[in-house]
Design a protein around this ligand. Structure first.
Ligand SMILES: Nc1ncnc2c1ncn2[C@@H]1O[C@H](COP(=O)(O)OP(=O)(O)O)[C@@H](O)[C@H]1O
Ligand SMILES: [Mg+2]
Length: 347
């Protein structure tokens, strides 16, 4: 059997009367890249700190490689860590920052120099070795912090929002670099983020968290295409919620609460058979597509007051001559409708 590299069982953590984590279960495979994704305050950092041993749970266990490490102090767990703020020592050069952590491991001078060179090479910043943090860009400082985190060949790499202080362009570039480095050195990685796009682009699997609980665990495609609850559907990507009974009246099969992504709704000239009549209320240009807000119309052509959003390509936008107050016929492909279990629909 393929034993989980990291196994989290029934973790619970409270701060006073506040429950920060409630019965968390998670298995991470060797060399896997897992993202903890969820809104601010849902418990992501607390869970990461428990994995690192910086916080101890009220109950539950953390095991690594089949060994219970719940009570092991951080220094005896072999992990590298990286945070949002650069956390480099400002009075040390890039090379000294990396060497600092190695000295505490009682390595010889030669071995330290070797490891510093190796890890700076990994992030392609050897030529910056004698620069102080203030002489480096934000992106370069985070790459140094990453080099420091992996210098000791950790079993686990723990990243807490490592990209959120960087501007968009650098952030996007570093996503790819972190992932490439993680694959190259083959290190099991757990990254905290509140940015769904970051999780979708970087993770092998995403752990969606909400209110101290795990809402869903799955690959990026699974959580996007088959969200387990309205919360997950709404948190990851844009979504329209639909009333199943109302859909049935219009000849679309559905029951209970349903949902559909804006990019899966078709739009045609009004009057097409089986379409849902709607009127354009607002249009936002989003670059590759238009984000169009509509009101659904009843059989008498009056707005039902149920807003919908659809995504229309620039080309289709022109063909339709889309503008405010234009009437359209919307088409909902049945295979794109997302249904929720009645239990999950309440969340
Ligand atoms: N040391 C602490 N003492 C009291 N409350 C805390 C402490 N650490 C975290 N919390 C609370 O626990 C909740 C989860 O925090 P955190 O894990 O940092 O969330 P996230 O990283 O998802 O934003 C928050 O409401 C936070 O205020
Ligand atoms: Mg946090």
């Amino acid at each position: 059997m393929n034993q989980a590299h990291l196994s989290i069982r029934g973790i619970r953590k409270t701060f006073g009367s506040f429950t920060a984590l409630d019965s968390i279960h998670l298995d991470v495979r060797k060399n896997e890249f897992v993202c903890l994704l969820g809104p601010s305050g849902c418990g992501k950092t607390t869970l990461l700190r428990i994995i690192a041993g910086l916080e101890s749970p009220d109950s539950g266990t953390v095991s690594a490689g089949g060994k219970d490490i719940t009570a092991l102090p951080p220094a005896q767990r072999n992990f590298g860590m990286m945070f949002q703020s650069y956390a480099l020592f400002p009075n040390m050069t890039a090379a000294q920052n990396i060497a600092f952590g190695l000295k505490s491991r009682k390595l010889g001078k030669r071995d330290i120099a070797e490891k510093v060179r190796e890890s700076l090479d990994l992030v392609d910043l050897w030529e910056m070795r004698d620069k102080y943090p203030s002489q480096l860009s934000g992106g370069q400082q985070q790459r140094i912090a990453l080099a420091r985190a992996v210098a000791l060949s950790p079993d686990f790499l723990l990243l807490d929002e490592p990209l959120s202080a960087l501007d968009a362009k650098v952030r996007h570039k570093l996503r790819g670099e972190i992932r490439a480095l993680q694959e190259k050195i083959g290190v099991t990685t757990i990254m905290v983020t509140h940015d769904q796009e970051e999780a979708l682009t970087m993770a092998d699997r995403i752990v969606v968290m909400n209110n101290a609980e795990v809402a869903q665990i799955g690959t990026p495609r699974e959580v996007y295409e088959r969200p387990a609850s309205p919360f997950v559907a709404d948190f990851i990507g844009a979504i329209n919620f639909l009333d199943g009974a109302e859909l049935q009246e219009r000849g679309v099969r559905g029951s209970g609460m349903m949902a559909v992504r804006p990019e899966h709704i078709g739009a045609e000239e009004p009057g097409s058979r089986g379409g849902i009549p709607a009127v354009v209320r607002g249009i936002e240009f989003r670059g590759p597509f238009y984000h169009v807000m509509l009101d659904v119309l009843d059989s008498g052509g009056e707005p039902l007051g149920r807003p919908m959003t659809i995504h229309v390509s620039a080309q289709h936008y022109q063909q339709l001559g889309l503008e405010k107050n234009k009437k359209l016929s919307l088409c909902l492909p049945e295979e794109r409708l997302i249904a929720f279990e009645p239990q999950a629909a309440a969340k």
